[in-house]
Design a protein around this ligand. Structure first.
Ligand code: AMP
Length: 273
């Protein structure tokens, strides 16, 4: 497996590749969620490039940029074993210049839900994903449904900028107890982890209620908030696949999203109905 440190190295490596290229951008501290994206890319492409970059521009002041877990040696091994061909691990100084040309997330869909509570977060996400897609120039790029709004906005950017990459959405990977895997789960104490299970529990309850015929999103949200009461909830929202709020569930076109703090740790999760 090649380790690439600079945009120049990645571009030179990419130039010589023949056949299809899959790309999996991550912030590292890799877990089975990331691995599922990587495995899909390895299965579907002749070459797979993974990036590990804790992107400073998508963290707001006061967020966890400094303490975000960095586990480069373990990550390298995971990638190597999974059959990754090249790992791109740049320094921020190699990616960003001063006073850059900026990409702005759309003023509506980029500033609701996650974008409301983390204003500017998606500007940073799109800025870096735009750069990474240009560098890796992949046929396919893999993103988790765990970050549903991010996935939506990246699909939108790729379409609107006429980029020649297929965005492949990947299912959410959960621990046996139901908690969606996240690098931030490393912050949780054993007690907090138990408490965090209320999040998947609330989503499962909503899915069950929908199965039993409840379709009013206001009733579903109310029931979920009951379950989530011990947590500091930022939002429980139900949207369609275009991220417009909806009054009634439409099977095959609805996403139920939660963001909540468990102690100091902010977690997000969702299910696609
Ligand atoms: P991150 O390192 O958190 O930026 O995530 C990198 C990619 O992995 C993103 O496309 C995430 O949506 C995806 N991802 C993170 N956690 C999971 C999970 N539990 N299941 C599936 N995909 C995930």
């Amino acid at each position: 497996m090649k380790i690439l440190r600079t945009p120049k190295e990645l571009q030179a490596y990419r130039k010589d590749l023949r056949g299809s290229v899959g790309f999996v951008p991550t912030m590292g501290a890799l877990h089975k969620g990331h691995l599922s994206l990587i495995e899909k890319s390895v299965a579907q492409n002749d070459h797979t490039i993974v990036s590990i970059f804790v992107n400073p521009t998508q963290f707001l002041p006061g967020e966890d940029f400094e303490k975000y877990p960095r586990r480069y040696e373990a990550d390298k091994k995971i990638c190597e074993l999974a059959g990754v061909d090249a790992l791109f691990m740049p320094e921020a100084s190699a990616i960003y210049e001063k006073d850059e040309v900026l990409i702005k997330a759309p003023s509506q869909k980029g500033y609701v839900l996650e974008g409301h509570f983390r204003p500017g977060h998606f500007d940073g996400v799109l800025q870096v994903v735009n750069k990474l897609l240009h560098l890796a120039n992949p046929h396919r790029a893999y993103f988790g449904k765990k970050d549903a709004q991010q996935l939506f906005l990246i699909q939108k950017m790729v379409r609107e900028f006429f980029m020649d990459t297929q965005i492949v959405p990947c299912e959410i990977v959960r621990d046996d107890d139901g908690l969606a895997l996240s690098s931030r789960n490393l912050y949780l104490s054993p007690e907090e982890r138990q408490k965090a299970l209320l999040i998947p529990k609330s989503l499962k309850r909503a899915a069950k209620l929908i199965q039993s015929g409840v379709i009013k999103t206001s009733s579903l949200k109310e029931q979920m908030l009951q379950i989530l009461r011990p947590l500091k909830v930022e939002y429980v929202e139900i949207v369609d696949r275009k991220f417009d709020a909806i009054d009634d569930i439409r099977i095959g076109d609805s996403i139920i999203l939660v963001a909540a703090y468990v102690g100091q740790t902010r977690l997000i999760d969702n299910i696609w109905i």
